[in-house]
Design a protein around this ligand. Structure first.
Ligand code: CA
Ligand code: CA
Ligand code: CA
Ligand code: CA
Length: 448
């Protein structure tokens, strides 16, 4: 009996042990899978961290590269570095790569990014542009243009349609009208009537490219008009940095053509550069009053070679710096439209002439061959062929495209040494490098 009972119990115990063992094994497998999975996640996270660190270092490396590039441009200070003389696309730093996102002055609606430094003098200066110039920008309203003027002017008189303290103090929360210069372009967000749509427009990632989500209506943000064209906001067209030293490349003070007694100084300059007889000939035709170097060029019947010898020694102000001149060699059609004497009528032909004669436009005098005399004289006080401030909008990725980072730096060379005067993190705006770079990320190591 006893023997039989034992013989019945043994298989049951074995089965229970087997089930327990199976559960234990199952638990161990689950634990193994769990730890395996968390290790994979941990590995990916650490790869992302390493990528981000590599990108951060690439950004630092890129700023040193740009600083060096601008300092070696010193012999031709005031000129835009030729894109062919520096790297700006997929530049390797260790395992990371960086790109310098620019703007193609000839193509307002690119589908893929253009890589270059951005010339800050290609934009309107928020602190010097007149209300008429500001109003001529795409999508600008008279009210916002007036509010921009009121924000920066030191008085509290309300420009028609504008806003001063009594408007700002009614806001919730209330704040004062600044009544002083803009320090950044993003400060426009504080100006009465400004919205993010006005400021950034369809270019939600601020890369100057018509990205797919910026041309699909309201399917994905931003809410665009899907017309196949990029309609950027005001941010694209403004700067606060453009200024040039009021001395020529040798450090000599320039001749101020708007000063009442400019004639003796101008004559000396002309005699030195062009000889006495040519100087006398020019002085006879320039008259007693000039408003700009371009007007001198027209009145004096200069050749562009002659003018290139003296242009850098001319100015229209006595201050240490000449602020807010627009570089007609790099301004977009939208910005050219804002310049008095150019306007909507002639902006397109100015841009077309510039494209057809690229490389041959050494002084501002070329614009006199497109504009009639009166228009050229009108444009003269607002235009230049020189730039001393550049944005370097740098995007970087680490190994295998991980750890994307983007920062925008503004370099100022007007003191003689390039220095970073502004730095802004734009990583949160998302991928700015277009489809082609994204597709090429796996083969990045092969980009020289
Ligand atoms: Ca004011
Ligand atoms: Ca875009
Ligand atoms: Ca959209
Ligand atoms: Ca559009």
């Amino acid at each position: 009996m006893r023997y039989n009972r034992n013989s019945r119990k043994a298989p049951r115990q074995n089965a229970a042990a087997l089930i327990i063992t199976l559960w234990v094994v199952l638990g161990l497998v689950a634990l193994g899978l769990y730890f395996g999975q968390s290790m994979v996640l941990e590995l990916r996270a650490s790869e992302n961290r390493v990528g981000a660190l590599a990108s951060d270092h690439a950004l630092v490396g890129a700023t040193r590269y740009v600083g060096y590039l601008l300092s070696t441009n010193v012999t031709t200070f005031g000129t835009i570095p030729d894109r062919l003389t520096y790297k700006q696309e997929g530049v390797a730093i260790g395992d990371a790569h960086f790109w310098v996102i620019g703007r193609d002055p000839q193509n307002p609606t690119p589908q893929e990014p253009y890589f270059a430094l951005i010339d800050e003098a290609s934009k309107l200066n928020l602190n010097t542009a007149t209300i008429d110039m500001i109003e001529a920008l795409p999508l600008m309203t008279p009210e916002i243009a007036a509010a921009i003027i009121d924000w920066r002017d030191t008085n509290s008189d309300v420009t028609t349609g504008g806003a001063e303290d009594d408007t700002y103090l009614r806001l919730n929360p209330p704040y004062h009208c600044k009544n002083s210069d803009f320090e950044t372009v993003d400060e426009l967000r504080l100006v009465y009537g400004m919205t993010l749509t006005f400021l950034y427009g369809e270019d939600s990632n601020l890369n100057g490219v018509l990205d797919p989500n910026e041309n699909d209506g309201s399917a994905r943000p931003p809410d665009d008009n899907s017309d196949g064209k990029l309609d950027p906001g005001f941010w694209e067209y403004f700067t606060v940095y453009s200024q040039q030293p009021n001395t020529n490349a040798d450090g000599t003070v320039r001749v101020n053509l708007t000063s009442p007694n400019f004639r003796p100084q101008l004559q000396t300059l002309l005699e030195t550069q062009l000889g006495t007889s040519r100087a006398q000939e020019i002085m006879r035709s320039v008259g007693q009053r000039l408003t700009s170097p371009l007007e001198l060029f027209i009145r004096g019947n200069f050749t562009s070679t002659e003018f290139s010898l003296i242009e850098d020694s001319l100015t229209i102000t006595n201050g240490a710096y000449l602020r807010g001149m627009v570089n007609i060699n790099s301004a977009s059609t939208a910005v050219l439209t804002c310049i008095p004497g150019i306007g909507t009528d002639k902006a397109a032909s100015v841009a077309a002439y510039r494209q057809a004669n690229a490389g041959a436009l050494t002084t501002v005098s070329w614009i006199a061959s497109i504009l009639d005399q009166a228009s050229a004289v009108q444009a003269g006080p607002y235009i230049t062929g020189r730039t001393y401030q550049f944005s370097a909008d740098i995007a970087a990725v680490g190994k295998a495209g991980r750890g994307f980072r983007r920062q925008r730096f503004v370099f100022d060379t007007s003191t003689g040494t390039p220095s970073i005067v502004f730095r802004q993190d734009l990583t949160h705006l998302g991928w700015p490098l277009g489809r082609r770079v994204r597709q090429n990320l796996p083969t990045l190591a092969s980009i020289p």
